[in-house]
Design a protein. Structure first.
Ligand SMILES: NC(=O)c1ccc[n+]([C@@H]2O[C@H](COP(=O)([O-])OP(=O)(O)OC[C@H]3O[C@@H](n4cnc5c(N)ncnc54)[C@H](O)[C@@H]3O)[C@@H](O)[C@H]2O)c1
Length: 430
């Protein structure tokens, strides 16, 4: 059924859906000196939104690949009339420019050190998800935020998307009944799996710096740009990529913070390939009051299932699907009861809600209120995916004490909470 054929029923849905096209995000009086570290696909998505909001002046950008930062700089000149300074080392940028806001959209293995440095230099921070590559890196970022006090917004824009907010209100209203089981999933074949030969890195690029604290490997166009997601040295696969958005929705609904026991399994089609992020994976999370599941697969296509991305919340009154391009839908169990649906409220061209998240970020800076996707809740969502990956690597379940942020009675798993950094990089202290 086409989504336009659904009937929008509830008042809450009507109000949110009807008002969406008219959302006006307040223009700010203050203009913040802003820097972007990581000028790839998503970094430029955030920055162009920030520029459009009228609340930022781009003072500098940084990328280890001039083939990324050069076109980014041209785009900024086109949008603002001013050319930002270009750096290849984030430390130099942060020390020289001291931006009021730093946006970090580097690959996942490069989140912790620049984030901590930006906070140390007194910047507010818009940090991409997952917040870190290991659990201990996440702890270090949270500790740095507490120590230095900047406002940190994490790029979990689904936490402010009007359709997600309205869907969450519907879920929390009790209309779905008692929910004991939820299932998050991304069944989406969107990354090239064909390996291309290793080669020299693009001209002018500092490939050693791209690898940074993670293991060094020869450049491959399948890794950069964007392809780092396929390599566990630089990411934690789909579970920590898209998965974190949906883990966040689960935690938001449940108001629990931590799973107690986590088990994950999955695999790769080609065990010889260095692109070793799982091609399929399931994970089960035992929470205090409910069970959560995660599933992703990059096979089978999406056509056989009504929804291929999102979270199902299974309640005693029916099933609620929180989705992406398909908005949200409640399928009541009662015979004859009509479905309730709300279309998505995403922005083109990349189907996101960054304007709302940026607006919330600026308001949080100005009011001192907690941002919608604050660092601690985003750390909990990130931890869910990192714990699943830990179990996947170990091949057995792990028990987690979320309050203390420790693995219970398992030295091998505890070791996976961090990893050795490649010299000269030093693991962040906390
Ligand atoms: N919130 C969302 O919905 C969303 C969507 C897409 C991507 N992301 C996140 O954004 C981040 C970037 O993803 P992408 O798809 O834009 O990747 P990308 O490869 O297109 O861009 C990353 C850029 O960072 C640069 N970089 C690497 N190391 C660097 C360093 N030390 N200093 C400066 N620059 C460095 C790379 O050269 C590259 O240009 C990831 O963490 C990803 O999870 C979030």
């Amino acid at each position: 059924m086409h989504r336009r054929e659904f009937i929008v029923k509830s008042a809450i849905v009507g109000a949110a859906a009807g008002s969406f096209p008219n959302i006006i995000l307040a223009k700010k009086n203050k203009i913040y000196a802003t820097a972007l570290i990581g000028t790839g696909w998503w970094g430029m998505n955030i920055l162009t939104t920030a520029i459009a909001s009228g609340s930022c002046k781009v003072v500098a950008i940084c990328d280890v690949d001039p083939n990324q930062s050069r076109p980014a700089s041209e785009k900024i000149k086109e949008l603002t009339g001013t050319t930002p300074k270009i750096y290849m080392d984030y430390r130099e940028l942060l020390e020289k420019e001291k931006p009021e806001i730093t946006i970090i959209a580097t690959p996942d293995h490069w989140h912790a050190l620049p984030a901590i440095k930006a906070l140390e230099m007194g910047s507010h921070l818009y940090l991409e998800k997952p917040i870190a590559h290991t659990i201990d890196e996440g702890k270090a970022i949270v500790a740095a935020q507490k120590k230095y006090g900047g406002t940190v917004q994490v790029g979990l824009h689904r936490h402010v998307a009007p359709h997600n907010v309205a869907g969450m209100d519907f879920l929390k209203s009790g209309k779905v009944g008692e929910i004991k089981m939820v299932r998050a999933f991304v069944n989406y074949d969107y990354h090239e799996r064909t390996m291309r030969p290793d080669m020299e890195s693009p001209s002018g690029m500092n490939w050693d710096m791209w690898c940074g604290p993670a293991p060094f490997r020869q450049y491959n166009p399948g890794i950069h740009p964007k392809g780092f997601r396929n390599y566990l040295d630089y990411s934690n696969g789909m579970c920590a990529d898209w998965g974190v958005h949906w883990m966040d929705q689960i935690l938001w609904w449940s108001e629990e913070k931590h799973p107690k026991t986590i088990y994950s399994t999955g695999g790769v089609f080609d065990p010889e390939s260095p692109a070793n992020a799982p091609d399929w994976q399931t994970a089960t999370f035992e929470f205090e009051s409910f069970t959560a599941q995660w599933e992703h697969r990059r096979i089978g296509g999406a056509k056989s299932e009504k929804h291929n991305i999102g979270v199902y919340f299974y309640g005693t009154k029916g099933t609620f699907h929180m989705g992406w391009l398909d908005g949200w839908t409640f399928y009541p169990s009662a015979r004859g009861a009509e479905e309730v649906h709300m279309d998505h409220t995403l922005h083109a061209p990349d189907d996101q809600n960054i304007p709302e998240l940026w607006d919330n970020f600026i308001k949080s800076i100005e009011t001192g209120n907690k941002p919608a996707a604050d660092i601690e809740n985003s750390q909990y969502a990130t931890n869910m995916s990192l714990l699943a990956m830990m179990s996947y690597k170990l091949g057995r379940s792990v028990n987690w004490d979320g309050e203390k942020q420790i693995i219970i009675d398992d030295q091998e798993a505890t070791k996976l909470m961090r990893r050795a950094y490649r010299k000269p990089w030093e693991y962040p202290q906390f």
